[in-house]
Design a protein around this ligand. Structure first.
Ligand code: BG6
Length: 470
């Protein structure tokens, strides 16, 4: 549908924001009583730095808040570290951990920045894995809800927007993020059992917040993207549709409709991976749906049919963030119509518009973009980075988002990933996303100095003009 660009669509309270997560910025993993997190053992290649220091945001809080204020952010999306607040995951609370986030939230509010708080972003307390194996055990539900209760009691009067779990679909695909090795007996069934527990825990957390702070809003942060058929052959169209369901909409359906979509159910049944569902779970999920859906959007995907030649191949898993192929269902393919980022991801702003429109149409819930960004091996020159490539990426995605709003999508805000360079999941600081360059390469701690990139100044102007000045 052609969009007529005749009006400025961003509401005055649109949340122009930026995003980070605790494990990727804070560092200070053994400071002030923080307990061990599964992510502490998440080894990156030995050539890049791990998650122990990151940008040392924990010790640079005031400086980073001042930069957020200078940028003019309307909102800042961050996560709290569970094991900084409850070192073992349950039981004793660490006051210093609570205090750190009070300082952060108060600092944001002083600067007129709306805090958007992610409760759990890949940062799972090791204590819970040691006690009962973590998410695949049903006890994980109550521990998550107790953690939420503590957060709501502490910060509920200051935080209006809450995100439950970041990219649950990725968490259950990467064993170390759950504190597992992937070699456990029935590992795949455990993954989907963990997924089920996370859904029940999310519903309970939503229920609790609604009781405690009825005016506040809470929703999941999902990774989301369209999957295009690589050709118009019906087999490929079916494969793309199956891939969309198995990769993305299954989770939104579980959380927003409170039901298992038929394709996921069949997929799990065929592989003997069905989760155990207790009486009352599905009703609880149906009755406690999110107030909004947040999405992290970077790229779109394309798929083709992948015939099942060897039955043994079914159910094999590459352990990657997403299954690149599911024999008998789909195989992801390269879309020849889209340019690639230097890290090989298709750059597709229309995919963002499509995602927003499809999600809004399907669930009728307001949306928020919690991550969108372009990674690059940035070069620091004359105390800045001339990241025109990133500005171009953002401009096109913001245009696509504007088109979706004009179609009728209710969009609460847009958060750039990332506010500053963070430790990226696999590449440490070699792969950068930030509006601010943090002087950290390899294992050298350097001086942690922050440098504003060209995109920082560009975004500042865009925010000041409520999206007009691009
Ligand atoms: C999202 C995560 O999956 O993508 C972030 O929520 C992550 O935590 C981001 O950093 C980019 O991924 P990567 O692997 O390039 O760092």
């Amino acid at each position: 549908m052609e969009i007529k660009k005749n009006k400025h669509v961003f509401p005055n309270d649109f949340l122009w924001g930026a995003s980070t997560s605790a494990i990727q910025v804070e560092g200070a993993i053994d400071v002030d009583g923080r307990g061990p997190s599964v992510i502490d053992d998440f080894r990156l290649s030995d050539k890049v730095c791990d998650f122990s220091v990151c940008c040392d945001h924990y010790h640079h809080l005031e400086e980073d808040l001042a930069l957020m204020a200078e940028l003019g952010l309307k909102s800042y999306r961050f996560s709290v570290s569970w094991s900084r607040i409850i070192p073992k995951g349950n039981g004793e609370i660490n006051e210093k951990g609570l205090e750190f986030y009070h300082q952060l939230i108060d600092g944001l509010i002083e600067h007129g920045i709306e805090p958007v708080l992610t409760i759990y972003h890949f940062d799972y307390p090791k204590g819970l894995v040691e006690q009962y194996g973590g998410w695949s055990d049903r006890r994980s539900i109550e521990d998550f809800v107790n953690f939420c209760k503590i957060l709501f009691e502490e910060y509920g009067s200051k935080v209006r927007y809450w995100l439950t779990i970041n990219e649950q679909d990725h968490v259950i695909r990467i064993a170390p993020r759950m504190g597992l090795t992937g070699k456990e007996p029935n590992y795949h069934q455990r993954r989907y059992q963990a997924n089920h527990h996370m859904c029940v825990a999310t519903a309970k957390a939503i229920h609790l917040l609604h009781q405690m702070y009825p005016e506040s809003k809470i929703g999941p942060a999902l990774s989301y993207a369209p999957v295009y058929p690589i050709t118009s052959k019906p087999e490929d169209v079916q494969a793309a549709s199956d891939a969309t369901s198995l990769m993305f909409t299954y989770l939104a359906d579980l959380q927003c409709f409170g039901r298992y979509p038929i394709r996921l159910w069949k997929y799990l049944k065929d592989r003997n991976w069905l989760p155990i569902i207790e009486k009352g779970d599905m009703d609880l999920m149906k009755q406690n749906i999110p107030d909004f859906i947040a999405i992290n959007y970077y790229t779109s995907f394309s798929a083709q049919y992948d015939p099942l030649i060897d039955k043994n191949a079914m159910g094999k898993d590459n352990g990657d963030i997403m299954a690149l192929n599911e024999p008998g269902v789909y195989k992801l393919a390269k879309n020849p119509n889209l340019p690639l980022s230097s890290y090989g991801l298709a750059i597709d702003p229309i995919g963002l518009r499509l995602s927003l429109e499809e999600l809004y149409e399907r669930y009728h819930l307001p949306l928020m973009i919690t991550e969108n960004g372009l990674s690059f091996k940035d070069i620091l020159e004359d105390e800045t980075v001339n990241d025109d490539y990133r500005i171009e990426y953002y401009t096109k995605h913001i245009e696509a988002m504007e088109d979706a709003i004009e179609t009728g999508v209710e969009l609460l805000g847009y958060h750039i990933w990332s506010f500053m360079d963070v430790t990226s999941s696999h590449e440490g600081f070699r792969k950068r996303y930030g509006l601010i360059y943090v002087n950290r390469d390899n294992f050298d701690l350097n001086d942690m100095k922050r440098y504003k990139k060209k995109s920082f100044y560009w975004y500042k102007k865009l925010i000041e003009s409520n999206g007009k000045n691009r």
